[in-house]
Design a protein around this ligand. Structure first.
Ligand code: PEP
Ligand code: MN
Length: 363
C-alpha cells in the first residue's frame, strides 16, 4: 500500500535543528518546578542542545499520579526560551492545550501516544492548529497500528501543516518484558517506506523505560537512519516526579551523543553488492522451498478432506516447533525468532488446508 504524497518541509528547514545529525529534542518528562525547568535547560544549553521539551499536561495511567503542573509550567518554559535561547516543545492533547501553547510561544508541539490513538482528539488538535504551521511531531499510537499513525499525520497535513514529523516511542504489550514499550522497528521502517519525506525521530527513553538501555536504542535508531532523537533529560533524574527510571542528566546525554557511531547510510560499495547478490540467491532458494512446503501441505489437505481429519493437529504442531527449537540450538539461531517465522509458515499451511477441506479450492 502506498500513501499519497504529503507536502512536508524537511527537518533542517524548520529553523530549529542546527546539528547535521541527529537532531535532538531533550528535556524532562515533566516540568515540575521553575528551578528544575531552569536548571535542566541551563545544563542542556551548555551541551549545545537547541530544542527543549517538558511535559505540562501528563496523561497518566492511574489517577492520583502526578498529572503535570498545567499552564503555569509554560511560563517557566517561556523563561527558559528567553534566557537560554532554546526552542520549547510540549505535548498537546486537546484544543485547549493548543491555545495555551500558542499563547506562551511554544515552538513545537507533539501528540502523545494515547492521543494519536484517538482520531477525534487528533482532528480537534488539527483544527486548532490550522493557519499556524507550527512544527508538530506525532508519536506512534500505543498499539502497533500503522494506519492510525499515518491517519493522524494525514489529518494534520490536511489542516495545512507542513512541518510534520513522527516520533517512534514503541508499543505497549501485556506482561513482563525487557523494554517498557516494544520497539517493533518494522513499523517506523514501513512508515518511512510509505511516506519517505516524513522525518522520523526515535524516543529511546519511552521504549527503554530504564536509562541503561537508552544508549543502545539510540545507536540502533541511528543505524536505521532515523532523523533524530527525543531523550528525556532531567537535572536530577532519581528525584523526577514522573518516569524517573528512564531519565538521564544533561552530562550523561552528552556522553551518549558523543559515543554514537554514525555509519554511512547508503551502502553501495562492491563488497556490499557482492554479499547482496548472495542474499538474493538465498532468498530465492528460501521462497522456492516455502513454495514446495506449501504444495506438500496442500496434498496433506486433500488427504485430510478425504479421510475427514481435523486440519489442525496439536501434536503435529508441537513436534514441528520442537524440531525447530532443537535445530536452532545446534545452528546457533535465535529460537524465539525462528519460532515466529515457523508460526507464520504453519498458519499459512493451515489456511490453505482449510480452504481445501471446506471445498473453496479444487486441485
Ligand atoms: C512523554 O513524552 O513524556 C510521554 C508521555 O510520552 P508517550 O506519549 O510516548 O507515552
Ligand atoms: Mn515521560
Amino acid at each position: 500500500m502506498s500513501t499519497r504524497e504529503l507536502d512536508i518541509i524537511p527537518l533542517y528547514d524548520w529553523g530549529m535543528f542546527t546539528e547535521p545529525r541527529p537532531s535532538v529534542v531533550a528535556g524532562p518528562c515533566s516540568a515540575e518546578t521553575e528551578e528544575q525547568v531552569m536548571e535542566t535547560a541551563k545544563g542542556l544549553r551548555e551541551m549545545g542542545i537547541n530544542v527543549y521539551r517538558a511535559g505540562i499536561w501528563k496523561p497518566r495511567t492511574h489517577p492520583g499520579s502526578f498529572e503535570g503542573v498545567g499552564s503555569e509550567g509554560l511560563r517557566w518554559m517561556q523563561r527558559a526560551k528567553k534566557e537560554y535561547g532554546l526552542k520549547i516543545a510540549t505535548e498537546v492533547a486537546s484544543e485547549k492545550h493548543v491555545f495555551e501553547c500558542l499563547k506562551f510561544g511554544v515552538d513545537l508541539v507533539w501528540l502523545g501516544a494515547r492521543t494519536t490513538a484517538n482520531p477525534f482528539l487528533v482532528q480537534e488538535i488539527a483544527d486548532a492548529l490550522k493557519d499556524t504551521d507550527i512544527p508538530v511531531l506525532v508519536k506512534n499510537p500505543v498499539n502497533p497500528d500503522l494506519e492510525l499513525w499515518i491517519g493522524a499525520i494525514e489529518r494534520l497535513s490536511n489542516a495545512g501543516l507542513s512541518r510534520l514529523g513522527a516520533i517512534h516511542r514503541g508499543f505497549s504489550s501485556y506482561g513482563e518484558k525487557c523494554f517498557r514499550n516494544a520497539p517493533q522497528w518494522q513499523l517506523p521502517l514501513e512508515l518511512r517506506r510509505r511516506i519517505p519525506e516524513l522525518p522520523i525521530i526515535c524516543d529511546p527513553s519511552h521504549i527503554a523505560g530504564k536509562r541503561e538501555l537508552v544508549m543502545s536504542l539510540s545507536q540502533q535508531a541511528m543505524d536505521l537512519n532515523f532523523d533524530g532523537l527525543m531523550i528525556e533529560t532531567h537535572c536530577n533524574p532519581v528525584c523526577a516526579w514522573s518516569d524517573s527510571r528512564q531519565q538521564v542528566t544533561p552530562d550523561e546525554l552528552m556522553l551518549m551523543l558523543d559515543r554514537i557511531v554514525h555509519r554511512t547510510a547508503v551502502a553501495d560499495n562492491n563488497e556490499v553488492s557482492l554479499f547482496r547478490r548472495q542474499i538474493d540467491d538465498i532468498d530465492d532458494t528460501l521462497m522456492e522451498l516455502i513454495a514446495k512446503r506449501m504444495a506438500v501441505a496442500k496434498e496433506i489437505g486433500e488427504v485430510k478432506r478425504e479421510k475427514g481429519l481435523a486440519v489442525f493437529q496439536a501434536r503435529r504442531y508441537n513436534e514441528t516447533m520442537q524440531r525447530c527449537d532443537e535445530y536452532c540450538r545446534c545452528a546457533g539461531l535465535d529460537a524465539e525468532v525462528m519460532k515466529e517465522i515457523f508460526e507464520v509458515i504453519h498458519s499459512e499451511s493451515i489456511r490453505l488446508q482449510l480452504d481445501i477441506v471446506n471445498g473453496n479450492i479444487t486441485k
